[in-house]
Design a protein around this ligand. Structure first.
Ligand code: GLU
Length: 449
């Protein structure tokens, strides 16, 4: 059986790091099994869904390396939902109700006061044809509820283990609003059946919907898929990451220069039994990760972990992998990359370090080091220069001046780069070349260069 999974965002904003978790878990699951990946835009809420968000989500997924096999938009599939609605009505599983929100609210309060659970009392099931005609003549339009079986529904969650939901303790869910539009449940179930979804992998905020959904799937004669409900990614304090806040949106992370794979790894491996560490590709990550490794506790996102992982990935990135992006910046030079990569936490910083090499820079020269630096300048060896030049030169400077350790190295670094820290000078020196070093080091006082 080829697995078919789906990622089903509502296009009401851009993706943030918390949304990447289900998007990526589904993708990795499909990747490891040569399965199919359906991107389903849950855009039935016409007031809040926009095409711009949908396009943005597609772009975000593309940047992350997710290539859906198929894209569907619920707004284009209404005929399917209408047909399912009619079948449920015919089967007596969908019934019209006329209560207003206020009436329902009063009933819930009354039930609570009597110590009963505030579930819908199914009063509408007793309405006669005349009652309905009278209510409709008053201008009321029905909303439609699904009649639950009221039995325990069992399913084996691939992450959380065996689950039982007792639908007897739940209100019959409203599937169709008064204006005829659908709430999330029916279109989702109809699509899962129609698209042949074999595995529903989604956030644990949906676990409570699963009992109802299984009942509807069965009522429609569909095959019940496997379910897997994962823990949600939260902020450091356990707070939710809201899509509409735009906090840590994929677009921003991309803009800030994070590696797509670093973002993917952190979004997926946080809150699992695997540690957050570099993987060479999504395929490699897919081979390693199993749904059973997802923990049941919270998954707290730590931005520092993303930063560290991103740096580790860059420090080990071979030139071939960096080359196309370096070329875009006009910096395609293997030696430059190998010398500078260890100093990057994000890729775009390469431009800043490259400027340290090409100049101009502002050498930092303390008055008390001027004489020392002038001696060092005089001792610069002739070219060609290589990785051994730095130690040959600094040994000579040490012998001539008696300086060692920080007193020897820091003034040289400050003068040559204008900075306190940075890439190893032994790799930097051949990139700078003798001419630039002569320019950056002060000439002995009184002499002219
Ligand atoms: N559109 C729903 C959501 O974003 C999909 C839930 C599901 O995967 O069934 O929460």
């Amino acid at each position: 059986m080829t697995p078919v999974v789906r990622y089903a965002p509502s296009p009401t904003g851009r993706l943030h790091i918390g949304n990447i978790r289900p998007a990526m878990l589904n993708w990795l699951f499909a990747l490891a099994r040569s399965g199919e990946y359906v991107l389903r835009m849950d855009d039935t809420d016409l007031a809040r869904s926009t095409r711009e968000s949908a396009d943005g989500i597609e772009a975000d997924l593309g940047w992350l390396g997710i290539r859906p096999t198929r894209l569907v938009r619920q707004s284009e599939r209404t005929a399917l939902y209408d047909a399912a609605r009619d079948r449920l009505i015919e089967a007596g599983r969908l019934y019209p109700c006329y209560e207003t929100e206020d009436e329902l609210d009063r009933r819930r309060k009354r039930a609570r006061a009597l110590g009963k659970p505030p579930i819908y009392d199914r009063a509408a099931l007793n309405l006669t044809a005349e009652d309905r005609a009278r209510l409709e003549a008053e201008g009321r339009r029905p909303h439609w509820r699904f009649k639950l079986d009221g039995r325990p529904v069992h399913f084996d969650d691939l992450i959380r283990g065996p689950q039982t939901v007792n639908t007897a303790s739940m209100s019959d869910p409203v599937l169709v609003r008064e204006d005829g539009t659908y709430l999330y449940t029916l279109p989702s179930v109809v699509d899962d059946i129609d698209l042949g979804i074999t595995h529903v992998i989604r956030g644990e905020d949906h676990v409570s919907n699963t009992g109802t959904q299984i009942e509807i799937i069965e009522a429609l004669g569909g095959k019940v898929p496997f379910f897997a409900h994962h823990n949600l990614l939260t902020g450091a304090e356990g707070e939710g990451l809201s899509k509409r806040l735009g906090s840590l949106s994929v677009a921003e992370l991309r803009e800030e220069g994070y590696e797509a794979i670093a973002v993917a790894i952190v979004a997926v491996l946080t809150g699992t039994s695997l540690s957050v560490e570099p993987y060479e590709s999504l395929e490699a990550l897919a081979r390693r990760l199993d749904l059973s490794m997802i923990s049941h506790g919270p998954a707290r996102f730590d931005p520092a972990e993303l930063e560290t992982l991103n740096a580790r990935l860059l420090h080990a990135m071979p030139y071939e992998a960096a080359e196309p992006r370096l070329a875009e910046l006009g910096l395609a030079d293997e030696k430059l990359w190998l010398a500078l990569r260890e100093n990057l936490t994000r890729f775009p910083q390469i431009a800043e370090w490259a400027r340290v090499v090409t100049g101009p820079i502002e050498p930092v020269i303390a008055d008390e080091d001027r004489e020392f630096l002038a001696v060092a300048r005089d001792l610069l060896p002739p070219e060609p220069w290589d990785e051994t030049t730095w130690s040959a030169w600094t040994n000579a400077v040490k012998d001539a001046t008696g300086r060692k350790g920080k007193a020897l190295f820091l003034p040289l670094r400050l003068a040559l780069t204008g900075r306190h820290d940075g890439p190893e000078l032994k790799s930097l020196l051949p990139l700078l070349g003798r001419k630039a070093c002569l320019d950056r080091l002060p000439a002995p006082s009184g002499s002219r260069t």
